[in-house]
Design a protein around this ligand. Structure first.
Ligand SMILES: NC(=O)c1ccc[n+]([C@@H]2O[C@H](COP(=O)([O-])OP(=O)(O)OC[C@H]3O[C@@H](n4cnc5c(N)ncnc54)[C@H](OP(=O)(O)O)[C@@H]3O)[C@@H](O)[C@H]2O)c1
Length: 308
């Protein structure tokens, strides 16, 4: 059997990155995590970093802005996954330059993990955000670096655990604000499953130079369906306030950051249906649950049980 690809994760100490590191070590890949030296002394992050070490991952010190550290880390591995955050999307050009110089990387997965930046109907400020991700795609393609772009749709931890409401950490029990008419389907994936599918894809020839969409069939739900699923679980009816598109667009324009960003994502998800409003053509994409039917993904139904 061929040896498993060696994987370098950037952003492993971030919200999503830790799930990718976990999936990588659990799948038996020699796993390397690029961390910034200062982060190791951060008490919150140091605990996480300890769990990486315990699980067998190797820490490498580095920074997106330190070219030599990137090249050195890249030379250790076959695959690089970036899970850097929104503020570092543009800086990934530095990683692309380092991958080009290292010359040994068989697959690069840039920080995407959301909507397809080439296929959406978003409004600002999400347009600019997705344009940043699209620019990184074009830079990767121009350098002819082998890639997979993971379009994971909406994280359950952001959109299901809150029922799409701002500033709460558990689904509401009294009132819910529904963006749009509530009849447009979104697609939800747990962060753990995003990690699992991402790692499955890294050395799969079927995902080479393709978009990997995560659309688990049981996790297509409209806002109304999501709310009614929750209502059935708590045996209670919520007061529903609908914000239709015209009003939502005004609200986005009048809101400060980050509210405008969250609302604009909600608009793309719940009003425009950007998670699933196009067919995945074989020329550009594949779908995770079809490629890896053995993954026992978490359904939204099961996910919500934890909050009852
Ligand atoms: N689909 C969805 O619902 C959804 C939701 C959230 C995020 N996302 C996407 O998921 C991706 C990851 O986002 P996130 O929220 O998980 O990110 P995050 O929590 O902000 O984590 C950022 C990571 O990047 C690292 N980093 C920052 N500056 C760096 C530098 N100069 N050099 C090296 N590493 C650096 C951070 O390291 P330190 O620990 O050292 O700071 C941290 O590990 C993004 O593309 C985002 O758009 C999608």
């Amino acid at each position: 059997m061929a040896a498993k690809s060696k994987i370098l994760v950037l952003g492993g100490t971030g919200y999503l990155g830790k799930f990718i590191v976990k999936a990588s070590t659990e799948a038996g890949h020699p796993t390397f995590v690029l961390v910034r030296e200062n982060t190791v002394s951060n008490p919150e992050k140091s605990k996480l970093i300890e769990t990486f070490k315990t699980s067998g991952a190797t820490l490498l010190y580095g920074d997106l802005s330190d070219h030599e550290s990137l090249v050195k880390a890249l030379k250790e591995v076959d695959v690089v996954i970036s899970a850097v955050g929104g503020e570092q999307i543009d800086d990934q050009v530095k990683l692309i330059a380092a991958i080009k110089q290292a010359g040994n990387i068989k697959r690069f997965l840039p920080s995407e993990f959301g909507l397809d930046p080439d296929r959406h109907n978003a409004v600002e400020p999400v347009i600019s955000y997705l344009e940043g991700k699209a620019k990184i795609r074009r830079a990767i393609e121009a350098e002819e670096i082998p890639y997979t772009y993971v379009c994971s749709n909406a994280f359950a931890g952001y959109w299901v655990s809150t029922l799409g409401q701002e500033n709460i950490t558990a689904p509401p029990r009294d009132k819910v604000v529904i963006l749009g008419n509530g009849n447009v389907e979104g697609v939800f994936v747990t962060e753990e499953d995003v990690g699992t599918y991402t790692i499955k894809a890294v050395e799969d020839p079927r995902t080479l130079n393709k978009n990997l969409y995560l659309r688990p069939p049981a996790n297509f739900l409209t806002f109304n369906q999501l709310v009614s699923l929750w209502e059935n679980k708590i045996k209670s009816t919520l007061e529903k306030v609908y914000i239709l598109e015209e009003q939502l667009l005004k609200l986005i324009q009048g809101s400060p950051f980050p509210s405008n960003f969250t609302l604009a994502l909600g608009h793309s998800l719940w009003v425009k249906g950007d998670c699933s409003n196009f067919e995945i053509e074989p020329s550009f994409g594949v779908e995770g649950s079809k490629l890896y039917p053995e993954v026992n993904y978490t359904t939204v139904d099961d996910y919500l049980n934890a909050f009852v």
